[in-house]
Write a protein of this length. Structure first.
Length: 277
């Protein structure tokens, strides 16, 4: 009885492995044929599956195309790292906007060249050139067309930026760095005050800037809110009505004591560290 169960299990496993081989795209036709013949001795088939998969994986990862792809990725990563270094130097005032943009444009051109050589269109054209279907002149003219498309995309990616100084209520100057000219959106932009590390709330006469790790994460314009006792306060938030998370100050920008404040007979707010909770 146990012998029959063992035989049945082996037959079942051999059938399953044979079905896997037949359906899988990880084997060539010749490999499939050899492995399916090995079903007459299932252990040989199972061992063969592991060996062939390992061999195919090695060949795929060490092909000329794969090696070229890895080199291209490494080159792109290096160029991206260079852009980050340039950005850091610009934020520290070592590079001007013009110098930064010139360097970035050069790097983006190198990235575009790498993208071109790694593109499907380039590989197709190169294959046709190597096989003699295309002449060298035809190949070069087609490459020019692809380059024009990539250069247009590159121009769209290069965004001119500017810095903007904000005078805070304490008299300090907050500099917002690298604001895109095409959007004027400051969210995510880096900021500095005399090279200090900035995190917290910074207020000008127009906006409250919420900054975390030297970057603008939110900014709000003030709205007046009247408490039940007649006190007028400045509310900073995204909505006209008080919401949890909003900032609140006296009109002279001094802080409110933590606690509960009545807005009217029915509504109240709770304040902790100048935020509604």
């Amino acid at each position: 009885m146990e012998h029959n169960i063992g035989v049945g299990a082996i037959v079942g496993l051999a059938t399953a492995s044979s079905f896997y081989i037949y359906k899988s795209e990880k084997f060539s036709s010749i490999q499939k044929t050899i492995l399916l013949i090995c079903v007459i001795f299932p252990p040989a088939q199972w061992l063969g599956i592991l060996i062939v998969l390992a061999y195919n994986n090695f060949i795929e990862n060490n092909s000329v195309e794969k090696i070229a792809e890895i080199k291209n990725e490494n080159k792109i990563n290096t160029l991206n790292s260079q852009v980050e270094s340039l950005k850091d130097l610009k934020e520290k005032g070592i590079l001007t906007n013009e110098e930064y943009n010139q360097k970035v444009e050069k790097i983006e051109a190198e990235k575009a060249e790498q993208d071109l050589k790694n593109s499907t269109e380039y590989k197709q054209l190169k294959s046709l050139l190597d096989s003699g279907v295309l002449t060298k002149e035809e190949f070069e003219s087609k490459i020019v067309k692809i380059n024009n498309i990539i250069n247009k995309q590159l121009e769209d990616k290069i965004i001119d930026t500017y810095n903007y100084n904000v005078t805070l209520i304490n008299g300090e100057i907050l500099t917002i760095l690298n604001i895109p000219k095409n959007t004027n959106n400051i969210l995510g932009c880096s900021v500095k005050i005399h090279n200090k590390n900035l995190s917290g709330v910074y207020i000008s006469n127009k906006y409250l800037y919420e900054i975390i790790n030297d970057k603008v994460v939110n900014f709000y314009s003030p709205k007046n809110i009247k408490l039940k006792d007649g006190t007028i306060c400045l509310l900073y938030g995204n909505f006209s009505k008080p919401m949890k998370g909003d900032f609140i100050f006296h009109t002279d920008y001094s802080r409110l004591n933590d606690g509960k404040y009545q807005l009217d007979f029915f509504n109240n707010i709770r304040v902790k560290d100048n935020r509604l909770i």
